[in-house]
Write a protein that binds this ligand. Structure first.
Ligand SMILES: N[C@@H](CCC[C@H](N)C(=O)O)C(=O)O
Length: 308
């Protein structure tokens, strides 16, 4: 089968987009992994099939598949790229400045800016209201704190690992996130850093620590694992994503980290989130909605022959 594709990225979190308006593309996990492979395939963190929406007032349905073939409910960087795909290809008028995307996690309203050629450059997504209850995330731990609006949540729950105890605050942005603030890196074992004389977020071995917690039995549907450091003007974070490993950025992860930082008194309601692939601006509004603003870029397009 020959597939036409477009490769887009948001802050370095990259996706293979394939039009599937007749809903007849079914990809097996091994085919997804092959397409996402950076040596043998196109190379991406995930695949997005663009399908017709159930609700006709939405522009299209975003069918998101992680690079290991598992499905995810929501993807923050992906949904900005989804808007770019629809605007740049004329499915949504550039003049409208907004659209609604349908996702497995529900509808997401997006406003966007375009350049002189009508191509989308940046988008702000209303990521909805985070969910906190352990059953919604899901996480098999008891809630131990309450938000200002009275929602119970898991705050800095200690999870044991081969490298000691790590504390996680858990948030669902439609998909599950566990956020750990690395407040005391000097207290962590040397073996968790590529350079023990420079214990920093950059040298932190996220592949080992992230993979360990992603697969923890307390997350029955696995979880995206964020490690973050609080600075005076921004939060810096790295992410180990469920279903694909470390990525250069994660939009839902940045929102979850921002919310966890606000809940635990580490930051205010509006923040810059610095990720390996770029910066996202996040605001947690008083009405509970989280707004995420960031770039979307097209890398290249082509046709690939998918082996049977
Ligand atoms: N990179 C994404 C999230 C993609 C899905 C995630 N790996 C999951 O399984 O929940 C983002 O930008 O939000």
């Amino acid at each position: 089968m020959d597939l036409d594709f477009i490769k887009l990225h948001g802050a370095g979190n990259d996706f293979v987009f394939i039009e599937d308006f007749s809903r007849d593309i079914e990809l097996r996990s091994d085919q997804v992994a092959w397409l996402c492979d950076r040596h043998f395939g196109i190379g991406a963190d995930g695949i997005i099939l663009v399908r017709p929406p159930e609700n006709p007032s939405c522009a299209a349905y975003m069918h998101y598949i992680n690079s290991d073939g598992s499905l995810a409910e929501m993807c923050g960087n992906g949904v900005r790229c989804f808007a770019k795909f629809l605007v740049d290809r004329g499915y949504v008028s550039a003049e409208s400045g907004q659209l609604v995307a349908e996702t497995r996690a529900g509808e997401r309203r997006i406003s966007f800016e375009t350049d002189d050629f009508g191509k989308l450059t940046q988008a702000t997504v209303d990521m909805g209201i985070p969910e906190f209850s352990p059953s919604a995330i899901p996480i098999l731990l008891e809630a131990n704190a309450e938000t200002e609006s009275g929602a119970s949540y898991v705050r800095e729950a200690s999870l044991e690992s081969p490298w000691g105890w790590f504390s996680f605050t858990c948030v669902s942005m439609g998909n599950p996130h566990a956020v750990c603030f690395l407040d005391d890196m000097d207290g962590l074992p040397d073996e968790l850093f590529s350079d023990s004389r420079d214990k920093s977020l950059e040298t932190f071995d996220i592949e080992r620590a992230g993979a360990f917690f992603e697969a923890s039995p307390v997350f029955p549907e696995r979880a995206n694992i964020e490690f973050a450091v609080v600075g005076s003007h921004a939060l810096t974070m790295r992410v180990f994503e469920r279903g694909c490993g470390e990525t250069l950025a994660c939009g839902t992860g940045a929102c979850a980290t921002h919310v966890a930082a606000a809940l635990t008194g580490r930051a205010g309601r509006s923040n810059e989130l610095v990720l390996r692939g770029g910066t996202l601006s996040i605001e947690w509004r008083a009405d509970g909605h989280v707004l995420m603003t960031g770039p979307a870029r097209e890398s290249f397009s082509g046709t690939i022959h998918l082996p049977a």
